[in-house]
Design a protein around this ligand. Structure first.
Ligand SMILES: Cc1cc2nc3c(=O)[nH]c(=O)nc-3n(C[C@H](O)[C@H](O)[C@H](O)COP(=O)(O)O)c2cc1C
Length: 161
């Protein structure tokens, strides 16, 4: 079972979870996706919230992600304005060969995950992926053994299905 973990992270929380997950799996590829847009420093926070709230996308690097050789896709995103980030929205649209494949999403947040799981599910279903599980992780919980186990259980259940 080949797993492709794709994530966006600005301050390291989501990266930490993605790397931990990758280290616990065997046949896995880890891809970090970056925002290529420029934001004016003074209005950076608000501009990104506005983009996220409007479920917009943004130019990303890599611009295209081929997942045709993988059996399971895992996507990780910070929560911005109660939703997954424009980077992860763009990444979902940039997937090649994802149709019909199982997908899991995890969302790192600061206490208000909002509708991140529902929004993610809608985006993935729009690409005809099968959502096998979603979970939110408070940034204070990234070292929490219970949470870590929860996501690993979700991944191993999806690999067995
Ligand atoms: C632009 C922006 C918007 C955010 N909006 C939310 C939010 O709506 N709810 C929340 O709980 N945390 C919010 N946060 C906090 C992040 O979700 C949290 O710090 C997360 O762990 C960051 O992940 P990262 O370290 O992988 O970048 C926001 C952070 C930023 C920069």
């Amino acid at each position: 079972m080949k797993i492709c973990i794709i994530y966006h992270s600005e301050t390291g929380t989501t990266r930490h979870v993605a790397q931990h997950l990758a280290s616990a799996c065997t046949d896995v590829r880890l891809i970090e996706v970056y925002d290529r847009a420029y934001y004016v420093p003074l209005t950076r926070f608000m501009s990104r919230c506005k983009k996220a709230q409007g479920e917009e996308t943004t130019p990303i690097e890599p611009a295209s992600i081929d997942v045709s050789g993988y059996d399971l896709i895992v996507l990780g995103s910070p929560v911005w304005a109660f939703k997954p980030t424009p980077v992860i929205h763009a990444a979902i649209l940039a997937l090649k060969g994802c149709e019909g494949k199982p997908v899991i999403g995890f969302f790192c947040h600061g206490g208000m995950p909002g509708s991140s799981e529902e929004t993610f599910t809608t985006w993935c279903e729009g690409r005809t992926m099968q959502v096998r599980g979603t979970m939110t992780i408070h940034k204070k919980e990234i070292e929490n053994e219970k949470k870590t186990k929860e996501i690993l259980t979700m991944v191993s259940a999806a690999t067995r299905a």
